[in-house]
Design a binder for this molecule. Structure first.
Ligand SMILES: Nc1ncnc2c1ncn2[C@@H]1O[C@H](COP(=O)(O)OP(=O)(O)OP(=O)(O)O)[C@@H](O)[C@H]1O
Length: 519
C-alpha cells in the first residue's frame, strides 16, 4: 500500500493531529523509496506507483462503479469550474467519501514552486486559456479566484471539449485534491497524475502541458521605478524589464493592477487589454512586452513613451504645437487606427489623452482598456463612458465599429486644432442630456479656428451620422499623403516624417485654392 488513507474532510475537522495511520503506510512507502532512492521524475514516469484505495473500518472500499465513488465524482462535477458555478468550498466530501493522501516522498523529487512549472500560467481568464487548448490532452494550470480566495484550475482539452477543474483543498490538512488522491502541494498533485497517467478528473489524464509564452513574464524580471500616473484599474510606472542575462534591461512602462478590492472579473478585464495588445506591432501603436500574472500585483509591461500624452502637449502653456506637428500627429494617429482596423481591433476610446508621444515626435495609440476584437459589435455598457467622443450609433444602440472609431478620430482632430479643448465643452450639456443632444443632432461639433482645408474636410467626413458615408482610415491616410506629402513610418519608427506639405501649400496658394477630393 503506498497511499495514506485520509479521513473525509467533514471528519477531519474533528482531528487534532495528523492521522497516526500514516506511520503504518510509510513503511511500505519506504519500500518504494529503497527501491528507488531519490527517484527522479523521469524514472517515476517509467515506474508508476501502485496506489490502492484503502477500506476504512467505517467504509469498505468499493470499485469505481459503486455509488460511493460515484458520489465523489458528482462532487467533482460540481468542482468543475463552469461560468455559472458557485464556489465549491462548501461542497466538501461527505463523511463516507474517501481521499488518499500521497506522501511527498511517494511522488518523487518534484519542483515545488508552482511559478517554475512551465505549464503554470498564473492568473488567466477562461477565454484566453481556451484559445490555447487545441489538441486532445493539452492542459495548463492557471490561477483564479473563488470567493476572493486564490484557487488553481486545471484546464484541459479532452475529446474536442474544454474542461476546467478546480483544485480543491481539504479543510484541516490543506491538502490539494481533484479526485482520489490528496497532496501537500499542487506541484505534487500535477506531477503524480501526469507521470503515472492517472485520471485526475473523470477519465481525463494530463498529457501535454502547454508551456508559457515568452510574453508571460516573471515578476522578478520587472523593476518598478517612478510613478507616471494612475488609471481606472491601477498605476503606471516607469520601470525596467530584464529579458536575458546577456542584454541590458529595457526601459518600459508598467501598468500595475490595484491589489485590493478587485474581483476576478475586473482582473480579467485588465488582462483583456494585454490580450488585445498581444497581437499588435506597429510604430504608431504602443508595443507590448508581456504580462506578469504569476503573483500580485498583476502587471502589463509595455513600451515606454518618453514624451507626454498628446492631451498634455496640446494643453501645455509653455509651448504651442506647431502646424507642422499637428499634421504629423494626426497622420500618425490615422496610421495607428488604420493598422488596428486592419487587425480587426476596435479601439473604442480614441482621444488625445490616449495618444502618447515619444521624444522623436512619434505618436502612439495606447490604452486598450476598452478595445475589442472585431469589425462591428453591439454592446450596451453602463458606467463611465467617454460620451463626448462617442458616435451617435453607439450612444443610441450600443453599436461599435471601425466607423465609430473614425467618429472619435474626428473629436481628436477637434482637440488638436483647438489646442486641447474637450469636445462639446462649451455647450453646457453633460451625461445623458449630452447623449440625447448628440443623437438628436441638436449639438454639432465644428472647428471654427484656422485649419488646413483638407483637414477640415477629413474632420467633417469623419463626423457624418451615416456610418456608410463616413470616411475610412485608409482614405484619411491617402489624403494626408496626397495633400501633405506624408509617409508612413517604417517598422523602426525612424522614417516617414512630414513631407512637402508646406511647400505644396505655397504652390497651391500661388495657383488655385485647394479643393480636397474625398471619396
Ligand atoms: N506606455 C507609456 N509610456 C509612458 N507613459 C505612460 C504609458 N502608458 C501610460 N502612461 C501614463 O500613465 C498615466 C496613466 O495611464 P493610464 O492609461 O492608466 O491612464 P488613463 O488613460 O488616464 O486611465 P484609464 O486606463 O482608466 O483609461 C497617463 O498619464 C499616461 O500618460
Amino acid at each position: 500500500m503506498s497511499g495514506v488513507e485520509l479521513q473525509p474532510e467533514s471528519t477531519q475537522s474533528e482531528e487534532k493531529e495528523e492521522p497516526k495511520t500514516a506511520a503504518t503506510t510509510i513503511s511500505s512507502t519506504e519500500e518504494t523509496k529503497t527501491e528507488n532512492p531519490n527517484v527522479a521524475l523521469d524514472n517515476l514516469a517509467k515506474t508508476p506507483i501502485q496506489l490502492i484505495l484503502q477500506p476504512t473500518p467505517q467504509t469498505p472500499a468499493k470499485t469505481p462503479e459503486t455509488p460511493r465513488i460515484q458520489k465523489i465524482n458528482n462532487l467533482k462535477k460540481s468542482a468543475s469550474f463552469d461560468s455559472k458555478n458557485q464556489p465549491e468550498d462548501s461542497k466538501t466530501p461527505k463523511q463516507r467519501d474517501q481521499l488518499i493522501e500521497v506522501p511527498s516522498d511517494e511522488v518523487g523529487r518534484v519542483e515545488n514552486n508552482i511559478d517554475n512549472l512551465p505549464f503554470y500560467h498564473g492568473f488567466m481568464g477562461r477565454t484566453e486559456c481556451e484559445s490555447m487548448l487545441s489538441n486532445h490532452g493539452d492542459f495548463l494550470i492557471r490561477m483564479t479566484e473563488v470567493g476572493r480566495r486564490v484557487a488553481y484550475v486545471i484546464s484541459v482539452r479532452w475529446h474536442y471539449q474544454n474542461s476546467h477543474v478546480l483544485v480543491k483543498r481539504t479543510k484541516t490538512k490543506k491538502l490539494y485534491w481533484t479526485k482520489k488522491y490528496a497532496f501537500k502541494s499542487i506541484c505534487e498533485l500535477i506531477a503524480y497524475h501526469k507521470l503515472n497517467q492517472i485520471p485526475f478528473y473523470d477519465n481525463m489524464t494530463l498529457i501535454c502541458g502547454l508551456a508559457r509564452h515568452e510574453w508571460q513574464l516573471n515578476n522578478e524580471q520587472v523593476t518598478l521605478n517612478k510613478k507616471l500616473g494612475e488609471g481606472q484599474f491601477g498605476e503606471v510606472h516607469k520601470g525596467k524589464l530584464k529579458t536575458s542575462v546577456f542584454t541590458p534591461p529595457v526601459i518600459v512602462a508598467v501598468k500595475t493592477l490595484h491589489q485590493n478590492h478587485l474581483s476576478a472579473n475586473e482582473k480579467i478585464l485588465f488582462l483583456k487589454e494585454a490580450n488585445v495588445m498581444l497581437t499588435l506591432a506597429h510604430p504608431n501603436v504602443i508595443k507590448f512586452y508581456g504580462v506578469c500574472t504569476m503573483k500580485e500585483p498583476i502587471m502589463i509591461v509595455m513600451e515606454f513613451c518618453d514624451g507626454s500624452s498628446l492631451e498634455d502637449v496640446l494643453l501645455s502653456k509653455e509651448s504651442k504645437v506647431s502646424s507642422e506637428d499637428k499634421i504629423l500627429y494626426l497622420f500618425h494617429a490615422a496610421c495607428g487606427i488604420d493598422y488596428l482596423h486592419r487587425k480587426h481591433v476596435i479601439h473604442r476610446d480614441i482621444a488625445a489623452r490616449n495618444c502618447l508621444l515619444n521624444s522623436k515626435k512619434v505618436l502612439k495609440i495606447s490604452d486598450f482598456g476598452l478595445s475589442v476584437k472585431g469589425v462591428a459589435i453591439k454592446e450596451r455598457k453602463g458606467g463611465c463612458l467617454p460620451v463626448k467622443y462617442m458616435a451617435p450609433e453607439t450612444l443610441k444602440k450600443g453599436f461599435y465599429s471601425t466607423a465609430s472609431d473614425i467618429y472619435s478620430y474626428g473629436a481628436l482632430v477637434y482637440e488638436v486644432y483647438t489646442d486641447g479643448k474637450t469636445p462639446f465643452e462649451s455647450c453646457g450639456l453633460r451625461g445623458n442630456e449630452l447623449r440625447k443632444a448628440i443623437i438628436g443632432k441638436s449639438v454639432i461639433l465644428t472647428i471654427d479656428v484656422e485649419c488646413p482645408e483638407f483637414v477640415k474636410a477629413i474632420f467633417e467626413q469623419s463626423r457624418l451620422y451615416d456610418t456608410e458615408q463616413r470616411i475610412s482610415s485608409k482614405r484619411i491616410i491617402e489624403i494626408f499623403k496626397e495633400e501633405a506629402g506624408m509617409h508612413e513610418l517604417d517598422a523602426t519608427g525612424l522614417f516617414g516624417r512630414i513631407g512637402s506639405f508646406f511647400s505644396r501649400v505655397r504652390r497651391q496658394k500661388e495657383a488655385e485654392p485647394s479643393v480636397p477630393i474625398l471619396t
